[in-house]
Design a binder for this molecule. Structure first.
Ligand SMILES: Cc1ncc(COP(=O)(O)O)c(C=O)c1O
Length: 411
């Protein structure tokens, strides 16, 4: 098993006024716009991060091409071992995307027709689609006002006679309260799954995302905390039987060459993506630390001008995103866009309002807090390749945008 990496390493954060380069890997030239230029702060900076790794990424590419190891193979095995080590789990199964990881995880755990799985109403659509793909019904529950994460009391109220599992979605990079969710699952005999697509290296009570329940799904979509250069995903678990079923399911149900024992899918991880992920994995701890540094700057500047994500002490966030809550979200976003600060919305519709899901989900409790998150959430630029100075600009611009002050006064 790979040696343990510090995936949420703490660094002394500079005060916002004395921001220093917070790049994931070494120093880059300071962010230094022309004095009269309109500042532009991108939402993510993949090209900067990949430029720093260009040589290693090219070497990995050449290695895969030389060996023609394009699908599964030794690069995938080596990455699986490294990622299982990083997540402190016994097993890792590399798959084609985070969505595939969720669907195959549920299927490998025996979730299927007639089952219900509890899913928070405020999350990316993939969390619920995976339940539908597995043949089961997503039962939506509300989220916490403070964190946007699954509310354990609401989840308890959503349990019915057919409930077979609960999907804890670690949204924005903060883990759900896994002690409380685990106790609920145990009380009702439910299988506990993690959607850890946004929580690479995040912890709850010192334990990493990925090892709390029957299994966890990760996405390596390029902008994730650990991102491939295309689609990719993984299932982590401590259950060897579940891992074996997932390995067969991802590979058209094949047990041995030519013998197919399950109705599987073609959801294998590419050798090329695995090789590139192996290059990026050692930088995850520093990248997460950089994200946390950025969050400190945002919090210092924004104070109580906007509602900020509450970060619990027990669950230090790896800030896949930096969400704020603003009542006039679209107006604030337009103002920020006008001055060159990119923003995003994660997510504009709660799952019960998604046209594709409307007739496929059940809700036994009201979903008012999910509705409010969907109405007010705005994600500010967050990427390890952003300079502290850029975060400072984005934070001040946001402060100005919510107060309708002239932005020049704030910058
Ligand atoms: C919470 C969550 N779950 C699942 C997924 C699906 O991952 P992928 O896009 O790799 O299929 C994502 C990706 O955006 C996500 O954010």
């Amino acid at each position: 098993m790979a040696s343990m990496l510090p995936l949420t390493e703490r660094r002394a954060s500079p005060p916002p006024g004395e921001a220093t380069c917070a790049s994931a890997r070494g120093a880059r030239p300071a962010w230094n716009p022309a004095p009269d230029a309109i500042p532009t702060v991108p939402f993510t900076t993949l090209e900067r991060e990949h430029a720093e790794l260009a040589e290693e990424l090219r070497d990995a590419f050449d290695r895969v091409v030389r060996r023609s190891g394009f699908v599964l193979g030794e690069e995938v095995l080596a990455f699986e071992e490294a990622w299982a080590g990083a997540c402190q789990t016994n097993e890792c199964v590399g798959v084609a995307s985070g969505t595939a990881a969720l669907s195959l995880l549920l299927r490998a755990a025996g979730i299927g027709e007639g089952d219900e799985v509890i899913v928070p109403a405020h999350t990316y659509i993939a969390s619920a689609l995976a339940v539908v793909h597995a043949g089961a019904v997503p039962v939506l529950c509300d989220v916490e006002e403070a964190t946007g994460l699954l509310d354990v009391d609401a989840a308890a109220a959503a349990v019915g006679p057919r409930t077979a599992g609960i999907l804890a979605v670690h949204l924005y990079g903060q883990l759900c309260d896994m002690q409380a969710v685990g106790a609920l699952a145990e009380r009702h005999g439910l299988a506990l799954f993690e959607d850890a697509a946004q929580a690479h290296g995040a912890e709850c009570d010192g334990r990493r995302a990925g090892g709390f329940g029957e299994g966890a799904a990760f996405s390596f979509y390029p902008s994730k905390n650990l991102g491939a250069l295309g689609d990719g995903g993984a299932i982590c678990t401590n259950d060897a039987g579940l891992a074996e079923r997932a390995r067969r399911l991802r590979n058209l149900g094949q047990r041995r060459k030519g013998e197919h024992v399950l109705v599987g899918a073609n959801e294998r991880l590419d050798g090329l993506q695995a090789a590139l992920l192996r290059v990026k994995l050692p930088g995850l701890g520093a990248a997460n630390a950089s994200r946390r540094d950025h969050a400190v700057i945002y919090r210092n500047v924004l104070g109580n001008r906007v509602r900020l994500l509450v970060e619990r002490r027990r669950t230090p966030c790896v800030y896949h995103l930096f969400p704020v809550r603003v009542p006039e979200r679209d107006r604030v976003a337009a103002r920020l866009q006008a001055i060159g600060v990119d923003t995003g919305v994660h997510y504009p519709l709660p799952l019960h309002r998604q046209p594709a899901l409307r007739d496929r989900v059940i809700a036994r409790t009201d979903l008012r807090r999910s509705e409010a998150w969907a109405r007010e959430e705005l994600s500010l630029p967050m990427s390890p390749g952003l300079e502290s100075q850029e975060i400072l600009v984005a934070a001040r611009a946001c402060k100005a945008a919510v107060t309708a002050a002239p932005w020049e006064a704030e910058l």
